[in-house]
Design a protein around this ligand. Structure first.
Ligand code: AMP
Ligand code: MG
Length: 281
């Protein structure tokens, strides 16, 4: 099965989240059985990120969105776990600070977009400004409704600069979200993660659904596609996301830069003597 095709929101299509099974796990019977495949994608991810860093020409922006407890942190842990921190940045976006709120809404995101050779992960993203902001009427409709176009233009600008953009919506259902909240309540090491907002947002479930659907319908483009990832099974979510990232990066046909020195010359000049000495010893 082609995961890029299967989970990608076709540009111009109309998203209906109700129709998508959040518990989908493809042919995999269990986490245990899927482990070799998960490990192999983690390894490939490591190699490809090293290559991107070495090449220093292209960059990758991964945006993670989803409801509370959808697994954004867990995904970052998994995906980033396979990467060299030197070539990666992670930024989590919270309620804008006074300074951020005094600028245009894209300012704080643009500042941390990836440099050439880098992978940037956004934990929440510029889409919050058409999600939570829309659901809670934080700005008037005439302001947020223009943002889809601003977002598409912003992403095109990044793309034209060599940034490949992948946006993942982690799709869980309402029962799974409550089950995860319950786990947090029962585990003292996770109490710090609980906020009252997690519960007080629940009555807005359908409003969020509408906002997510519109964002993905309006802003899934050829150069910055949205993917809807079934995320009730954490291991399947990790597998699907790392596979999509790997396949996208493989498609970039990246290459190691040409050496800046004459390797044979260096070998002769500095290694031949050492090897001779070793032979003599
Ligand atoms: P968490 O990701 O659980 O740490 O929560 C971060 C909170 O910040 C969430 O409730 C988000 O909805 C909120 N947030 C993120 N971006 C924005 C934004 N642009 N405007 C308002 N609230 C935001
Ligand atoms: Mg939270």
């Amino acid at each position: 099965m082609d995961y890029i095709k299967k989970f990608r929101v076709q540009p111009g299509s109309c998203v209906d989240l109700e129709k998508i099974d959040a518990s989908f796990k493809d042919k995999h019977e269990s986490h245990q059985r899927a482990l070799p495949e998960i490990d192999s994608y983690a390894q490939k991810l490591q190699d490809l990120q090293y290559l991107m860093y070495a090449e220093g020409k292209r960059s990758l922006l991964i945006c993670l969105q989803g409801r509370d407890a959808a697994g954004k942190d867990g995904t970052i842990n998994h995906v980033l776990g396979a990467m060299n921190p030197q070539g990666c940045t992670v930024t989590s976006f919270k309620v804008p600070s006074k300074d951020e709120a005094a600028h245009d809404f894209l300012w704080r995101y643009h500042k941390v977009a990836p440099a050439q050779g880098q992978v940037a992960i956004f934990n929440r993203s510029h889409y919050e400004d058409v999600l939570v902001v829309r659901v809670h009427d934080m700005v008037p409709k005439e302001v947020w409704s223009k943002r889809y176009e601003h977002i598409n233009n912003f992403e095109k600008l990044l793309h034209d600069h060599g940034t490949h953009i992948l946006k993942f919506y982690l799709h869980i259902d309402a029962e799974e979200e409550m089950a995860r909240f319950k786990k947090r309540i029962d585990d003292p090491t996770r109490h710090w993660k609980i906020s009252e907002g997690d519960y007080s947002e629940r009555p807005f479930w359908n409003d969020y659904t509408t906002a997510f659907e519109e964002a993905m319908s309006q802003c899934s483009t050829e150069h910055a596609p949205w993917f809807i990832i079934p995320a009730n099974h954490k291991w399947f979510r990790n597998l699907a996301i790392s596979r999509i990232i790997v396949e996208t990066m493989e498609g970039l046909n990246m290459e190691f830069p040409e050496p800046t020195v004459d390797i044979e010359e260096i070998r002769k000049k500095y290694h031949a003597i050492v090897e001779e000495e070793l032979d003599e010893a």
